[in-house]
Structures are given as C-alpha cells and as structure tokens.
Design a protein around this ligand. Structure first.
Ligand SMILES: [Zn+2]
Length: 831
C-alpha cells in the first residue's frame, strides 16, 4: 500500500509534484477553469490518527453489501472504504527499488556564509528526449529460411525512383539555400565571422548520409513465400523488377501472360502486398494506392483471393466497386478514396470492373495511383477502344497487364498492349509502323524477295529483343512437377446411323447448297445446326430445323426438349424425374461412348467426372440421362450466385460425396471453379476459341489434384467438329480468331471457308490425322512412338486407331477397343 511520507518541514525542501514536460506549457486544457471535484481521501488506509473507536463508528455506517458504493463523510468528502474492491490492483512482481519510492527533492544550496540560498522553481522543462535513431531495417528478415529477397542493397546499388526524386528535391533545397546566402551577403547584413552561429558554437548536426547503408532489403512476406512455387517466385521477381524500373530506366510496365493455372493472381498479390508495405527505404511503402481492373465477374474473386492468401488481418483494405448501390454512393466512395493520403489510406486497393472504371475517369484524373493491374488485359489490345483510352488516362506509371492467352501475332495488337504497359517505349504508333510493322509485314508476303524476308526477320528479332524484357509467359508444363500425370485424349467418335442420315440430308439440302454458293444469309445458323446434330439429334427442333427430314426420323422420335409446352428448367426437371424418360444414347455416337464411360466409372472406380458442353441443351440431356440411370450429379448454371456456386463446388470436391458427375456449361464463366474432386473430364464439343477449351480443361488438372487425370475431348469424326478442332490448332495463323469475340470469328467466314466447313468427310477414320501426313503411322498403326509430345501440336501426339486402343493406359478407352464408335484417339501425356 502506498504511503505518503510525512511532508518535510516547510522552507527546507522544496516539494514539487512531478509534471511531464509537455504540461509545463500552457495547454488548451489547462487554460480552462478547473472543474470542482470531490476530493478523495484515503484516510482509512493512510496512517491515521483516528482512534479505534472512531473507526468502528464509521464502519458501522456502511450498509452491508454496499461496501463498494461511494460514501460521503461528514465533511462532504468522499471516503473510499476499500479502494481495492473498486479498482483492481496488481501486485508488482518485484519490490520497487527504494530510490523510486523516495520523493523528489531539490538539493539545498548554501552560500559561503552557510545561508540557505532560496531556490526558485522555474517552469522550464528538463528537456526533451532526443529521438532514438533506429537503424533502418527490413520489414522481414532477409536471412530467414526460405526468405525471398526482391531487392538486395548490397547487390543492386542502383538509385531507385524515390531516391532520385528525393535527391533532386534535396539538391533544389541546397541550391535555394546557397542563393539565399548569396543574397544576404549582398543585402548588407554582415556576418563578421563568415560562419553561421552553429559553426561558431561548434554544434555539428549529424546529417544522415544517404548511402548504401540506409537501404534495406525488400523481402516477400513470409506468409506468401511459404506458398509460392519456384516459377511463381521467378514471376514475382520479374514483376518487382519491372514495376520498380530496374530493367529499363523509366519503363515501369510489363505483361504477364502465364497460362491458366500457374497462379497469376497469387504472383500479383505478392507484388501488390510488397509494394504497399515495403521499399528499399526502411519503413516506407513504395506505393500508397493500387487499382485492380478486371471483368465485373471477377471483382469479388479478387477480394476473396486477397483474403485467401494474406488472411483477413493481413489483406489490405479493399474498395470493391461492383455496381452495388447507387451511382452517387459509388462516386462518393471513389472521391473519398482519391482524397485519402498517407496514413489516411485505409483502403489502398480498389478493385473495379473495366466498364465502371471507364465511367470514373473524371474522378480519377488527378489521383496518383501507384500500381495498376489489368486482369484479362487482352481487352487493351485495341488502342482506340474506350477502355484503353480511359485506363491510359490514369495517372499511373506501374502498369501490369495480365493475360492468360498468348499475344496473337497481330502486330498492331502487340503494339497496343506494349504501348499501354510502357508508353513511349516503342515510340508512337506511327514510329512503330515505320520502324517495324511495315518491314516485318513486307517480308511475310508470299512474293517477298529474299532480301525483304531477311530484313523482316532481322526487324522481328530486334523487336522481340526490345520487348521480351517486359513479357513473361510460362506454360502449364511447369505444373507437371507438382501434379500427377495427365493423359489428355482427343477422342474421334463416329456418328450414329441417325446422325449420319441427318447430316447427309443437311449437306444436300437446297438451303445449304445455296449457302455454299455464297447466296445464303445465315451461315451461323447452319453451323449451329450441324454442331448440335453432332452432339445429339434431340438437340435439334426436328423437323423444323432440317426441313424434309421426316422420312429419316424414327417413329419414336419425340423430342422432349422441344415437344410439348415450353417448360422452365425446374419444371422440366420435375417432369424428367418421372419414369420412362430416357435419353436415346444410341442416336448419338458421342452419347454412346459417354454412356459406356459413365457406366464403367460407377461400376469399377471411385473416380468423379466433369462433363462440359457449349450448349445448355446438351447439359439438359446429360441431366436426363443421369436421372434415368440414378447417377448422383451436380449442375452448375451461369445464373447461379457466386455463393451458391462455391457451395456446389465444395460439395462435389468432398471425397465423401456420392455425386460423381459435375455438369458444367463452358459458358458459365467459371473463374474460381476448381473441380479437383474429379480426375476425369469430358469436353463434349469443341469451341472455336482454343482458350475457352483450355480454360475448361484446366478445371481438373490443377493445384491440389492428387490422382492421375484423364481428359477427353470428344470430336465427331469427319464432321464440322473436326474442322473446328483443326482451326484451333492453327490459331497462330489466324490472328482474327481473337480471344473474346468468338462470334466474330464465326462471322468472318468466306464462302470458301464455309465450303470447307460443310464438307462432310464420310468414311474417314480421322480427317485431322490425314492432314498431318503422319510419318509415324502406317496402315492405321503407329509403329514409332512420338519422340517428343508437344502440347500445342497434335501431330506430335500418340495416334491410336481403334484396334490399337487395347494398349492404352486408360481403362475406359481400352474398353472401347472393338466398339464401332471410337475411330481414332490422339493421346498426350503430360510427363
Ligand atoms: Zn500418326
């Protein structure tokens, strides 16, 4: 218990309560009149002169149970009876040193006569503590195990951007000071010493020398370095180098074009997190704010990814602009975001869709943004588009373009992307055209002279050298190190007799003939009819879609998808649960194979499978088949909310779940749909866009997959589907077949293209194989194994015709040996 010592005799020692230095100055609070407060006495606890009797009397006043209430004494003062009951106190672990218990007294001072010299207390503070200089240190330990150092001051002594700015400012300041000094010399104020007062007094201000020693390593947050794969570390290093201008002075942009599944998002999050938290200068971030621009369907996903990798506490604050709330609210939020500076930036990251960002260009014009990430950045390939203009108008130097698709060899698109990432690096569009484009294109002309060709090659090489510093692209092959083997197959299936008859009928029909003469007006419709027919005749509304086919249709052709009143999917599902509704698999060649596959999977394995089609109607048929055969399945729709989707995906991935089929529309826009619970996948029909197919295929063979994977791409032999597949393969040559505008690709057909497209190669076992002019196969037998499988080139894959299926690794395909449906299989093995 604290005991106040007896006061010293007055006059001898000056007793002064301790004040903090700050309180010595008159503050706002102290200038106010002091509020009268009840004084608290601690009489009971202090050594008191009260007699025992008096104490007992006082105690008696206390009502039981109210000991802790404030109690007022006779003099109106509050008496606290048991202060320890009111305020909990904690025992000190060690006794306080005695010296601290003593009160502070100013020593007395006597003159020569022995008289006491009165000490007059000044209110001056004793002085402020000199700020401790903490040596600069990195945020994370660069010497720790597995630490990933992005910037090492001992190696990279290059002046960073911030340093240059700071140095220039410093130089400017010094110059001004010198000028001011010069002026004062002329101005008549004469300093006899020629020195400043500081110099006369010999005070030396320690000026921090900006040198190498002050810089600290930039180290990736251990939370992230734990999860980064080697190729991702390389990617983050690349991104960091580019965005800090370490590769080429004043070029801060880059393009990351890694394939799907390599973790572009994680790499970008690592970059973002590092730039927001660290820089070579200790305790200072490189950037304050960042913008992530992405398609609107991905806005939420980015927020989730940040939390997923950095944790709820570690993730930076995010302003998610996803068109919820009114426009006014949105603008208000963005204005607040723009106005925030320094420590006030609570939401350093804005995630916004391209469409919304375009409307915000006014609000963002003057806002300094540290980093701009453009997801699905191939949208910027058109330099005249509004999106490009709006984004290019932002005040941001560090620009990272993310794109999962290879940059097509269309030079002007190539230029747009690079020019966005690093404006002016390649000069203006005109410069680029003059310097590179014309020469390169001339050399590619069929009738170019040798010299022109040579020149073109040289220019291309020069261009590649200049720009490859800013582009990183890795393929999925890298993943093979972490993933089980993937067997990918292109399965060519023959048409069923019914399909065959209908196909022939379609080709011969007057409408088609007219189309082939270049007179028809609806090639798209015709293409769609053929594509659907290849899947299953029931996808067509017969006989309307194929006039005159009545004689071909079997007697029991009753189209459940079209017949009867139009039903919603839910209603149809209820109806389909009824008995007797079965899919006639024998009417579709691919369906027969699918039926056998599913049957074998349920009977012989505990594998799960994903079925993907371009047409929701195909999914309807799948669904019907699953119901009639009592297979457990899930179906993911484009209309589903993100939460619902995720729930479905989680349920499917649960190894205990009995649903083994997942129906997925390739249009469901499935970002974040990760179906590693399945190790088999059937792509039931090919898409014009190879990137879309790749995206679909990547659902299963990705991080976390533990089983061997079997991927099947079903193609109807000799039909339009083979043509689509071949077109995919030569995507490089067809730069017009660009990523987003799939429909456009279909519109771009010339009459000649169409003729080829509708050419039905009946009786072939695999038209595609015929186009290869394969030297490894003879008489339907591959006598020489492929020396090296190249993923993008099916001619290097293993080729198996039906009799050879008996040697395949996959049980399902082996069982197809001898069945008439599968005519040829191309096989790719990941590693
Ligand atoms: Zn071959």
């Amino acid at each position: 218990m604290y005991k106040r010592p007896a006061p010293p005799p007055p006059g001898r020692v000056l007793f002064k309560p301790f004040r903090t230095p700050g309180s010595a100055l008159p503050s706002l609070a102290s200038s106010k009149p002091v509020r009268k407060r009840k004084r608290v006495t601690y009489k009971e606890d202090a050594v008191s002169s009260d007699s025992e009797d008096e104490r007992r009397k006082k105690k008696a006043k206390v009502v039981r149970g109210k000991e802790n209430d404030l109690h007022y004494g006779d003099d109106g003062e509050i008496e606290v009876r048991n202060i320890n009951r009111l305020y909990r106190t904690y025992e000190l672990s060690a006794p306080r040193p005695q010296v601290l218990m003593r009160s502070f007294a100013i020593p007395e001072l006597r003159n020569s006569k022995g008289e006491l010299v009165p000490t007059i207390a000044s209110r001056a503070a004793l002085g402020l503590l000199t700020p401790k200089t903490i040596p600069p240190r990195p945020l994370h330990d660069p010497m720790a195990d597995h630490a990933i150092v992005l910037y090492d001051p001992t190696i990279d002594a290059r002046e960073t951007d911030e340093e240059r700015k700071e140095r220039l400012a410093q130089e400017e300041k010094e110059k001004e000071a010198r000028e001011a000094e010069e002026k004062s010399k002329d101005g008549g104020l004469w300093n006899p010493h020629g020195k400043s007062l500081r110099e006369v007094l010999g005070i030396k201000l320690k000026k921090p020398e900006p040198g190498k020693d002050d810089k600290v390593p930039v180290v990736i947050d251990p939370v992230l370095s734990k999860v980064l794969r080697p190729h991702q570390i390389e990617g983050v290093k690349f991104l960091y180098k580019c965005t800090t201008g370490a590769i080429v002075e004043n070029a801060y942009g880059c393009i990351m074009a890694d394939e799907m599944g390599l973790g572009k998002t994680l790499q970008c999050i690592a970059l973002l997190h590092t730039l927001l938290k660290q820089s070579p200068r200790s305790r200072r971030p490189t950037i304050d704010k960042a913008v992530i621009a992405c398609p609107s369907s991905l806005v939420k996903n980015w927020g989730n990814e940040l939390v997923k990798w950095l944790g709820r506490d570690g993730a930076p604050g995010v302003l998610s602009v996803d068109n919820k709330g009114t426009k006014a609210e949105l603008i208000e939020a963005v204005k607040r975001w723009v106005a925030a500076r320094g420590r006030n930036v609570t939401q350093p990251v804005m995630i916004v869709s391209y469409e919304t960002l375009r409307t915000l260009s006014v609000e963002l014009t003057n806002c300094e943004i540290g980093l701009l990430l453009c997801d699905e950045g191939h949208r910027l390939k058109n330099g005249d588009s509004l999106t490009f203009q709006a984004l290019n108008g932002l005040r941001v130097q560090r620009r990272v373009i993310l794109s999962g698709t290879p940059i097509q060899n269309d030079l002007s698109e190539y230029f747009s992307l690079l020019n966005f990432a690093n404006p002016q690096y390649l000069g203006t569009r005109m410069d680029f055209r003059k310097n590179y484009e014309l020469a390169i294109l001339r050399g590619r002309d069929a009738d170019a002279s040798d010299k022109e060709k040579e020149n073109s090659e040289a220019k291309l090489k020069e261009l590649a050298e200049r720009v490859s510093k800013f582009i990183i692209r890795r393929t999925n092959d890298l993943l093979s190190k972490y993933l089980p083997v993937k067997y990918e197959h292109v399965v060519f299936c023959t048409l069923s007799p019914l399909q065959l008859a209908l196909y022939r009928h379609f080709i011969k029909s007057p409408d088609t003939q007219k189309l082939l003469r270049g007179q028809g007006s609806q090639p798209l419709k015709a293409i769609n009819v053929l594509k659907k027919l290849c899947n299953h005749p029931e996808l067509l509304n017969l006989p309307e879609d194929l006039p005159g086919c009545e004689s071909i249709l079997p007697a029991d052709y009753g189209n459940s998808l079209y017949g009867g009143p139009k039903l919603s999917r839910g209603e149809r599902a209820i109806r389909d649960r009824g008995v007797g509704e079965e899919v006639r698999c024998e009417w579709g060649g691919k369906f027969l194979v699918l039926e056998r596959f599913l049957d074998r999977i349920t009977r012989e394995t505990n594998d799960k499978i994903v079925l993907i089609s371009n047409y929701t109607q195909t999914l309807d048929l799948f669904e019907k088949m699953c119901r009639s055969k009592r297979y457990g399945f899930f179906r993911l729709d484009g209309t589903m909310t993100v939460v619902k989707r995720q729930k479905l995906v989680d349920q499917f991935n649960d190894p205990e779940g009995k649903e083994f089929i997942f129906l997925l529309s390739s249009k469901a826009g499935g970002c974040g749909i990760n179906l590693i619970g399945a190790n088999r996948l059937i792509l039931f029909d090919p898409d014009w866009n190879p990137a879309a197919d790749q995206q679909a295929l990547a659902r299963v063979w990705r991080d976390g997959q533990k089983k061997e994977c079997f991927v099947y791409r079903f193609i109807s032999t000799g039909t339009i589907e083979e043509k689509i597949f071949q077109r995919q393969a030569q995507k490089q040559a067809l730069s017009s077949c660009v990523v987003d505008e799939k429909e456009d690709a279909e519109r771009h057909f010339t009459a000649d293209d169409l003729r080829k497209l509708f050419l039905f190669n009946e009786g072939t076992l695999c038209e595609t194989h015929e186009t290869f002019k394969c030297k490894r196969c003879k008489n339907g037998k591959q006598f020489m194994k492929s020396p090296a499988l190249l993923y993008g080139d099916a001619s290097t894959w293993n080729h198996h015709q039906n009799p050879e299926l008996k040697d395949m690794h996959d049980d399902l395909l082996r069982a197809e040996c001898g069945e008439p449906q599968v005519s040829t299989v191309f096989q790719y093995i990941s590693h």
